[in-house]
Design a protein around this ligand. Structure first.
Ligand SMILES: *Cc1c(COP(=O)(O)O)cnc(C)c1O
Length: 352
């Protein structure tokens, strides 16, 4: 039970006492000189878990995706991705600004490119066309409500991409949520891809940081790009220490977040004026829609729900005029979920 039930994002998780302790004790050195033992340990642990040669500690998921794109696509080349992807929508156009790379957004049904879509999107050799250098996949899928794709689906897309000479990047900001939800080791999702990013700072609860994994060659190129972006972080072992605790202690408990999200979604589905696609609730994200007749009435009701929640110490996030997103995480427990449902029940009472 917490004073405020904060469902806006799993990025709001606070470091655990064990993380604070590990941070205070961390052995550190200059990581730009590759002399920080704690950063090295975290990178090696991550690479081992994902079945890759090497890892690179980066400041954020956004930086991880950007260094991965820039390390694998030159200016004027093209990156194929889903139109709802985080890289395309929420990364400030970094691939264009820093990499001079052209993005090719493809509309997908579930947020996941199919092998056929990738085959169609990859450009043939032709003097008029940008070369397709990279295909990006996102798992779990943020805008589609934390949905998962399987290692086999990723491998099928990668086979087409590789067959055409393109590389594959997995934006696995919440990769461990997918692994826990599907009961598959995280490395299974990474086997077919050239680079993968995951966040330590979301459901895993670390205060800062993400990891990029790939071959030694990919990681050494990514390391140069990270330096260019100002991401060479000196005694970064202080924050990497929390990342080690995140990897060692915080993965298995993601199942609790998934159970809480399920309870929340099923409760929301019973409330008047709220619609949720229960099939899309596969991990720790619940997206639901407010339906109160006309669009403007629905938009007003959405605002009412957000404001009414704040008045009851329950914070939810409007991701569109009539859409709300709730994300469960370690700082939200089963009692908090009941409180959130009670609050929404009170607010929607008058709507029926
Ligand atoms: C959160 C997120 C990112 C970016 O991570 P930051 O650490 O917030 O920069 C990238 N991709 C997806 C799918 C995300 O959900």
């Amino acid at each position: 039970m917490h004073d405020v039930v904060d469902l806006r994002s799993d990025t709001l998780t606070l470091p655990t006492p064990e993380m604070r302790d590990a941070m205070a004790r961390a052995e550190v050195g200059d990581d730009v000189w590759e002399e920080d033992p704690t950063v090295k340990r975290l990178e090696a642990m991550a690479a081992e878990r994902l079945g890759k040669d090497a890892g690179l500690f980066v400041t954020s998921g956004t930086q991880g995706n950007l260094v991965s794109v820039v390390a694998q696509a030159r200016g004027g080349q093209e990156v194929v991705l889903d139109a709802d992807s985080h890289v395309f929508n929420y990364e400030v156009g970094g691939a264009a600004v820093v990499g001079h790379v052209q993005t090719r957004p493809i509309k997908t049904a579930r947020g996941f490119l199919t092998p056929e879509q990738v085959r169609e999107a990859i450009r043939p050799a032709n003097i008029h066309l940008a070369e397709t250098a990279l295909v990006c996949i996102e798992n779990t899928h943020n805008r589609h409500g934390g949905t998962c794709c399987t290692p086999e689906e990723i491998a099928a897309v990668a086979e087409v991409a590789h067959g055409a000479g393109a590389r594959v990047h997995l934006d696995g900001a919440r990769l461990f949520n997918a692994a826990v939800a599907l009961g598959r080791p995280a490395r299974d999702f990474c086997r077919a891809v050239d680079s993968v990013t995951f966040c330590l700072s979301k459901g895993l609860g670390a205060p800062v940081g993400s990891i990029v994994c790939g071959s030694h060659e990919l990681v050494s190129r990514a390391r140069r790009v990270r330096k260019m972006l100002g991401g060479g972080m000196r005694q970064a072992g202080v924050i990497a220490a929390a990342g080690i605790v995140a990897l060692e202690r915080m993965i298995d408990r993601l199942a609790d977040d998934h159970a809480n999200a399920r309870t929340l979604a099923e409760g929301v589905a019973r409330l008047p004026g709220l619609r949720v696609d229960l099939a899309s609730v596969q991990t720790n994200i619940v997206i639901f829609h407010v339906e109160r007749g006309a669009a403007d009435a629905s938009a007003r009701a959405t605002q009412e729900l957000v404001a009414g929640g704040i008045a009851r110490k329950v914070k939810v996030h409007a991701i569109g005029p009539m859409s709300i997103r709730c994300v469960t995480h370690k700082d939200v427990d089963a009692d908090d979920i009941r409180r959130a449902l009670d609050a929404m029940n009170e607010i929607t009472q008058g709507w029926a």
